[in-house]
Ligand binder design. Structure first.
Ligand SMILES: [Zn+2]
Length: 177
């Protein structure tokens, strides 16, 4: 039986934490992998908690590029393990057969017809509207890619996508305020 470990809490407000940060010698916070060996500060998504730790826009930018990098490398690994399906036709075929994929990434700058088609996928699949065609392609070793389907076995890629999507949704709300 696994020992019960309490869910990490935000160091500022006590809400459930979203990301781990470590502080460097000059007192600047950086998002980090667990087990980095340095003292870890947990923080939630709340902008006021982030700015309480570190003033300015730098910390949200660092978290953003960290999460993006995590997504890209997880997608790259998923591809190497043969856990992805690239291109809208292949993804649509998987959707219709109900086999092979669990979630889809649609690049934010994918064409209108792709965007339209992807609405249908929402019936059965998790669809993430994230990244752009070049970044998505680059993570997979292609020049450009609008649509990627992710296999049920690629748990890490799906977890990273979910986390980055959550962050992006929060950013959107903040930016629109
Ligand atoms: Zn907080």
């Amino acid at each position: 039986m696994k020992p019960h470990t309490p869910a990490p809490q935000c160091a500022i407000c006590g809400a459930s934490a979203f990301v781990e940060l470590v502080k460097d010698e000059s007192g600047v916070f950086w998002p980090a992998h667990p087990g980095h060996g340095l003292e870890v500060t947990q923080v939630c998504l709340n902008t006021s908690c982030l700015s309480e730790l570190e003033k300015g826009e730098e910390l949200p930018h660092k978290i953003d590029s960290f999460l993006k990098k995590q997504v890209c490398s997880a997608l790259g690994l998923a591809r190497k393990s043969g856990h992805i399906v690239a291109g809208q036709d292949d993804v649509d075929a998987c959707f219709k057969s109900g086999k092979g994929i669990k979630c889809v990434v649609v690049a934010g700058n994918a064409g209108a017809s792709t965007q339209r088609l992807s609405r249908k996928w929402l019936e059965k699949l998790d669809v993430f509207y994230l990244l752009d065609k070049d970044t998505l392609g680059w993570s997979l070793g292609f020049t450009s890619c609008s649509v990627v389907g992710i296999n049920v076995k690629a748990k890490n890629a799906r977890a990273e996508l979910k986390r980055y999507a959550e962050w992006n949704d929060t950013r959107k709300v903040i930016n629109e305020r």
